[in-house]
Design a protein around this ligand. Structure first.
Ligand code: NAG
Ligand code: NAG
Ligand code: NAG
Length: 405
């Protein structure tokens, strides 16, 4: 414990603010902002992009320990980006925040700049993410997530080759450490994640991350944040409901949970395992559940966007879509089930149409990974990833029932 004189404290706080911008310090918890980037090029729809990732999620399960799920796969339509410093003096990289993979690496676009804190190890490192991948050299270096969140000797990958990462520099991998197994050339060991090191180095007192996104109607914004070391009580309402990481494979390799789903009072998916993933844009339900949802809502498939489309009359009678997790019901309101209408044309849709954010996972339930709660879910509920207690938590937020869409 460092003793601070009271007269010095305001100066130090001020310095923190100046250095780090919008960083919230609460007890021992430090949050860093995440910005949302929207990149629709017209070459593929949102669903096709997600399905590339899902294909990899499913394949990864079959490979067992080497499970690593797909990341930007040819440039995601929507990604969440954190600015991360590496080295001293630090070079700042724009990294995709990914709960579905666990290696942190840089160099896809902006070149890695070695400084006095950089140490090249004898290992090469490679991760394949579906149609995207990177390979390069392992270094240890000082990684700065925010003022007060500095990680000396963090293992990072320095890409010599990468594909599918236009406009970003790499990944901040905050999935479970098991996903790093097999990524180093000279070792079968796992590679401690940034969160693991913050915890083992004593910078945070709990090996926990809390993620907040807010539903937005603009293409680019700065509305997300990750709290390291705990949860940021300014970002959620009520209490956090926790559920153990599922024991069902392959969902258990990720931030996997058991969940059942009802539409109104009708059960559409009985309790089964799936994952929570910041790298997936929409909400994906096993085909049998998706089919029930589609017929209950009266939606039709829209070929331009790849999404379901409903009429305004059907929207008026839309029921809540309820996710039951650990005995708690998280209700996605009708407004939360639709794609933000101001972004309809950005995904190739028509401005006056109403599209749904629930899509088909592509296989029936019973696969051990039957749903993905992606951004469309995470923008309505605060989520907590608790490594120490092997559990995932959710809470409502001031935006859970917002009607911004
Ligand atoms: C958007 O995606 C296209 C191709 O998919 C890529 O060339 C471009 O660099 C991306 N832009 C940004 C800002 O990520
Ligand atoms: C989200 O970000 C945008 C742009 O940065 C801002 O205008 C808007 O107020 C933010 N929304 C919320 C709910 O904070
Ligand atoms: C999740 O569901 C599986 C399959 O029904 C069950 O065996 C397991 O006990 C449940 N709970 C957890 C935490 O895995």
């Amino acid at each position: 414990m460092v003793q601070l004189s009271l007269t010095l404290l305001p100066t130090i706080l001020l310095a923190l603010q100046v250095a780090a911008g919008p960083v919230l310090v609460e007890d021992n918890i430090i949050s860093l902002p995440i910005s949302r980037r929207f990149n629709f090029t017209g070459s593929a729809n949102v669903v096709q992009k997600d399905l590339e990732r899902i294909k990899q999620v499913k394949a990864a399960g079959k490979k067992g320990a080497r499970a690593v799920i797909s990341e930007p796969v040819d440039n995601q339509v929507v990604s969440y980006i954190a600015s991360v410093g590496v080295g001293s003096p630090a070079t700042t990289y724009s990294l995709i925040v990914d709960t579905g993979s666990s290696n942190t690496w840089v160099g896809a676009n902006k070149k890695y700049v070695a400084t006095s804190t950089s140490t090249k190890t004898s290992s090469s490192v490679s991760v394949s993410y579906g149609s995207g991948s990177f390979s390069g050299t392992e270094y240890t270096d000082t990684v700065t997530l925010a003022a007060g969140l500095v990680i000396p000797k963090q293992s990072i990958g320095v890409a010599s080759r990468s594909s599918g990462f236009s406009g970003v520099d790499g990944i901040l991998g905050i999935g479970p450490v098991g996903l790093t197994q097999g990524t180093l050339s000279n070792s079968a060991a796992t590679v401690p994640t940034v969160t693991d090191n913050l915890f083992s180095q004593g910078t945070i007192t709990n090996n926990v991350i809390g993620i907040s996104f807010e539903p937005t109607t603009s293409e680019d914004d700065n509305n997300g944040s990750i709290a390291f070391g705990g949860t940021d009580s300014s970002k959620f309402t009520g209490s956090i409901g926790y559920t153990s990481v599922t024991s069902t494979s392959p969902a258990r390799e990720y931030w996997g949970i058991n969940q059942s789903v009802t539409y109104g009072s009708t059960s559409i998916l009985s309790s089964t395992a799936g994952i929570v993933d910041t790298g997936t844009t929409l909400i994906y339900l096993a085909t049998n559940a998706f089919t029930k949802y589609k017929s209950a809502t009266g939606a039709v498939a829209d070929s331009a966007t790849g999404l379901l489309r409903i009429t305004s009359a059907q929207f008026s009678s839309l029921q809540n879509l309820n996710f039951v997790i650990g005995g708690v019901t998280y209700a996605l309101t009708p407004n939360a089930q639709i794609w933000p209408r101001s972004l309809n044309t950005a995904i190739g849709g028509s401005a006056s149409s109403i599209y749904l954010v629930v899509a088909d996972f592509g296989s029936n339930s019973g696969q051990g990974l039957d749903f993905i709660n992606g951004y469309a879910f995470l923008e309505r509920f605060y989520s907590v990833y608790d490594t120490a207690n092997k559990r995932v938590g959710f809470a409502t937020t001031p935006f859970t029932t917002a009607t911004t869409n």
